[in-house]
Design a protein around this ligand. Structure first.
Ligand code: HEC
Ligand code: HEC
Length: 254
C-alpha cells in the first residue's frame, strides 16, 4: 500500500480542484473508451447476466404462496419504469427510508411470503439490475421530505468525516480532487447512477454499498456493514447530490 500514500501526498500537494458547487458528472466520463464500449453494448456488457437472472426470478413462484413478482407487476417495463431513479425513497407503508435493495426484500417478505435475500447476493443484484434498467437514461430524482431530511444531514456528515489511517474523507477525493489520477484510476465524483456495476478489477458485479466498503478499505478505515443505516444515509446523500444524472444501470467500471 506504500504507493498509495506516496501518490496521495503528491495528489494533495496540488491545489484543490473544484471546492464549490458541483455539477454532477457520471463516472462514465472518467472511464477509458474501452470500458465505456463495454457499458454501451448490452451484448458485451458483463453485467447483463444479471438481467437474465432477474427475469427468471421475476417469474419464479415463491414456495409458500405460489406468487411471483409478475403475479402483481405484470410488465416490468411499465410497472418498474422510473422506480430505481427515485430510490432511496421514503416508504409510506413501512414508515421509513428505504433503498431499492430494502424495498425488494420487503416485497419478497411481505408480498411473496418468502425469505429475504442476503445483501450483495447475486439474486439481489439481479433484481436491482433488472429494476435499474427500467430507469435507463432517466434522471436521478430523489426527493428529500420532512421525514428524510435528517438522513440527508447524517449522510453528508459521513461523507465529510475524515477517517482511517490515511485520515481522508469521501469529500477529499470525490469532491475536491475528482479528475486527478490515483494509481490506475482517474478519481470520479463518486456518483451512484450506474449501480449495480460490473467492476473489471473485481471481476464481478457489486452494489453501491460494496463500493463504499471498497473505498473505506482503501483508505484503511473500518467499513460499515452493507445495508447499515450509515450506508443508507450515505447513499441517500449521494443520490440527492447526483440528482439529474441519467441512470446507467447496470454499469461497467474499471
Ligand atoms: C401481491 C402483489 C405483489 C407482489 C407479489 C409483488 N408486489 Fe411489488 N408492489 C405491490 C404493490 C401493491 C406495490 C405498491 C405499494 C407498495 O409500495 O407496497 C408494490 C410496490 C413495489 C415496488 C416499489 C415501487 C415504487 O414505485 O416505489 C417495487 C420495487 C416492487 N413492488 C417490487 C416487487 C418485486 C421485486 C416483487 C417480487 C419479488 C414484487 N414487487 C412482488 C404488489 C406486489
Ligand atoms: C483516496 C481517495 C478516495 C476516497 C477517500 C474515497 N474514494 Fe471512492 N473512489 C476512489 C477511486 C480511485 C474510485 C474508482 C474510480 C472512480 O470512480 O472514482 C472510487 C470510486 C467510487 C465510487 C464509484 C463511482 C462510479 O461511477 O462508479 C463511489 C460511489 C465512491 N467511490 C464513493 C466513495 C465514498 C462514499 C467514500 C467515503 C466513504 C469514498 N468513495 C472515499 C477513491 C476514493
Amino acid at each position: 500500500m506504500k504507493p498509495l500514500i506516496a501518490t496521495l501526498s503528491l495528489l494533495f500537494a496540488t491545489a484543490a480542484a473544484a471546492e464549490d458547487a458541483l455539477a454532477p458528472i457520471s463516472g462514465y466520463a472518467f472511464m477509458e473508451p474501452s470500458t465505456r464500449e463495454l457499458q454501451d453494448d448490452d451484448f458485451l456488457n458483463p453485467a447483463f447476466f444479471l438481467i437474465d437472472r432477474g427475469l427468471t426470478l421475476w417469474d419464479q413462484p415463491a414456495p409458500n404462496t405460489g406468487l411471483s413478482c409478475r403475479s402483481c407487476h405484470q410488465t416490468i417495463e411499465d410497472d418498474m419504469r422510473g422506480v430505481a431513479a427515485r430510490y432511496p425513497h421514503y416508504d409510506v407503508g413501512q414508515s421509513r427510508l428505504m433503498n431499492l435493495e430494502m424495498k425488494i426484500n420487503s416485497e419478497i417478505v411481505e408480498k411473496l411470503g418468502s425469505t429475504p435475500l442476503a445483501y450483495g447476493s447475486e439474486d439481489l443484484l439481479a433484481f436491482t439490475a433488472l429494476i435499474g434498467l427500467q430507469s435507463r437514461q432517466m434522471p436521478m430524482s430523489v426527493d428529500v421530505t420532512d421525514e428524510t431530511k435528517d438522513w440527508l444531514v447524517r449522510g453528508q456528515e459521513i461523507f465529510e468525516t475524515k477517517r482511517g489511517q490515511l485520515n481522508l474523507s469521501c469529500e477529499d477525493c470525490h469532491q475536491n480532487h475528482w479528475g486527478e489520477k490515483l494509481r490506475g484510476d482517474t478519481i470520479s465524483q463518486g456518483q451512484i447512477n450506474a449501480f449495480p456495476i460490473f467492476r473489471l478489477t473485481w471481476g464481478e458485479a457489486g452494489s453501491r454499498h460494496r463500493m463504499f466498503t471498497w473505498c473505506m478499505e482503501s483508505i484503511r478505515s473500518e467499513p460499515y456493514a452493507p445495508g447499515s443505516d450509515e450506508y443508507l444515509a450515505l447513499e441517500f446523500f449521494l443520490a440527492v447530490r447526483g440528482n439529474g444524472l441519467p441512470m446507467e444501470a447496470p454499469g461497467v467500471r474499471r
